[in-house]
Design a protein around this ligand. Structure first.
Ligand SMILES: Nc1nc2c(ncn2[C@@H]2O[C@H](COP(=O)(O)OP(=O)(O)OP(=O)(O)O)[C@@H](O)[C@H]2O)c(=O)[nH]1
Ligand SMILES: [Mg+2]
Ligand SMILES: [Zn+2]
Length: 292
């Protein structure tokens, strides 16, 4: 009988899990029903052959980043130290998606940074100006061009496990290739040449940084459901709401259209960004929708 080994899930392909151990990488399956295992989960496996194994157990997580709509939950990664939300002026950015990523990061208790990629594009100045208020909320803004120079990211990555998330085509895989040349991830140019469709990266995968630490690439997302939050969790994920909570006329104010609402007053004066409040309202209505 082969002994159990500790490992780390580095990629998930359907019902197969690639698990890295000190004895090499194993192609693993789970016992019974699949699911519930995320990239960067720490697991115990039991080898069934030279390269095959069964996942026996998932070890407790420090955190879990995931999205959820009415129908299903999609795990992104576990045990993450930092989330980089990658944006670019092209393709045209979606503030609601950015907000949802930030809210998911807050809800999971993981620090988030915003990366503005493609600074070589002239449209970037306007995007940076629009995103500046996010820095004031506590989300550092890193502006760079993955195709030119990614050194601005290095101090944030060292010794940590980080994940890149964001819309398709913003340059997540290009960034990883620049930071980890041996990753050799296919990026948009290649998928366009092969005509394989819109999303280039189809699986979440963890790569090791040359100077220590790990970086996880993820497929571009269009939607980010947060059905797992309740109304209190949603409000708590907005740092700019915190100083105003308790100042509304009604103790159970939902900050939607109630009279005497301190949040609405702050939106009216511009103290709270209208695009943040719009994401809040959209999410508030989504969590009222029936779940199946
Ligand atoms: N101008 C410019 N283009 C870039 C830069 N970085 C990446 N790109 C381009 O943006 C396109 C998309 O890059 P990818 O790295 O495939 O984007 P992705 O975010 O991984 O996309 P998905 O895998 O679909 O989620 C490619 O054509 C890249 O060459 C940059 O710094 N400047
Ligand atoms: Mg990609
Ligand atoms: Zn209110």
């Amino acid at each position: 009988m082969t002994a159990r080994q500790a490992g780390r899930v580095v990629a998930i392909h359907g019902s197969h899990f690639l698990v890295e151990t000190t004895a090499g990488v194993f192609d693993c399956v789970t016992r019974g029903k699949k699911g519930g295992i995320a990239c960067n989960d720490q697991v115990e496996i039991k080898p069934t052959g030279a390269t095959g194994a069964v996942i026996e157990q998932t070890l407790p997580r420090t955190n879990l980043l995931y999205r959820s709509d009415r129908f299903r939950v999609k795990l992104l990664a576990a045990n993450v130290d930092r989330i980089f939300i990658v944006t670019a002026a092209v393709p045209s950015p979606n503030p609601d998606l950015l907000n949802r990523c930030l809210i998911a990061a807050e809800a999971a208790g993981i620090p988030a940074c915003i990366v503005v990629n493609k600074t070589d594009l002239p449209e970037t100045a306007a995007l940076l100006a629009r995103l500046l208020p996010y820095e004031a909320l506590g989300y550092p803004l890193l502006a760079l061009a993955a195709k030119q120079d990614v050194t601005a990211m290095l101090p944030w990555l060292a010794g940590k496990t980080s994940i890149l998330i964001g819309a398709s085509g913003v340059g997540k895989s290009t960034l990883i290739n620049r930071l980890i040349p041996e990753a050799e991830i296919a990026t948009r140019e290649i998928s366009e040449a092969l005509d394989t469709g819109k999303h280039t990266t189809t699986h979440t995968r963890l790569y090791h940084l040359p100077n220590g630490g790990n970086l996880i690439d993820s497929p571009g997302m269009q939607e980010f459901g947060l059905q797992h939050l309740d109304s209190a969790g949603l409000q708590a994920a907005f740092p700019e709401f915190r100083p105003l909570i308790g100042q509304c006329r009604f103790y159970n104010c939902r900050h939607f259209k109630e009279p005497g609402c301190a949040i609405l007053a702050a939106v009216a004066t511009g103290q709270i960004m209208a695009e943040r409040w719009r994401s809040y309202v959209a999410l508030l209505h989504e969590l009222d929708a029936p779940k199946y």
